[in-house]
Design a protein around this ligand. Structure first.
Ligand code: FEO
Length: 160
């Protein structure tokens, strides 16, 4: 195995967090879809797809490094939302939590002098800046527009 023991364990756990983020985004997308807010729904369906790719990248990395892949159980995501602000706040909270977890993996890799994992995780560090920033922007827009303005706000959504 090319990578540190603790780092290996944390990356396996992170695969679960990425897939939990994926299903949380699908739940948020479904909420917007059910409200007839198709642009918002598409935005979050795409976010969900990105989370799937994040988990896949980690699986491939562990496999390439000769480390066992052990995907943990994934909890059910929150299923019911009542406002756009509530859903957007949940997305931001997830991203902030994931950022903390990603940084913990970098710290573990450094502690174990595991340069291979440290370098691999840098992509995720950069990605978290982008994801937290976008989640913040969406929430700020919704709050600024006020209740019941989701239809208007969604016209301003961007997805890279
Ligand atoms: Fe994979 Fe949105 O973090």
């Amino acid at each position: 195995m090319l990578i540190g023991k603790k780092t290996h364990q944390l990356i396996n756990e992170q695969i679960g967090h990425e897939f939990f983020a994926m299903s949380s985004y699908y739940a948020i997308a479904a909420y917007f879809d059910s409200e007839g807010l198709k642009i918002f729904a598409d935005y979050y369906y795409k976010q969900a797809d990105e989370e799937k790719v994040h988990g896949q990248k980690m699986i491939k990395f562990l496999s390439d490094a000769g480390a066992d892949v052990k995907i943990p159980a994934i909890p059910a995501p929150k299923a019911v939302y009542s406002t756009g602000v509530e859903a957007a706040q949940a997305a931001l909270t997830h991203e902030e939590k994931v950022t903390e977890l990603i940084c913990n993996i970098v710290d573990a890799a450094r502690g174990e002098k595991d340069k291979i994992s440290e370098q691999f995780m840098q992509w995720f560090v950069a990605e978290q800046l982008e994801e937290v920033s976008s989640a913040n922007d969406v929430l700020a827009l919704l709050k600024k527009a006020g209740p019941g303005k989701e239809f208007m706000v969604q016209q301003f959504l961007k997805h890279d």
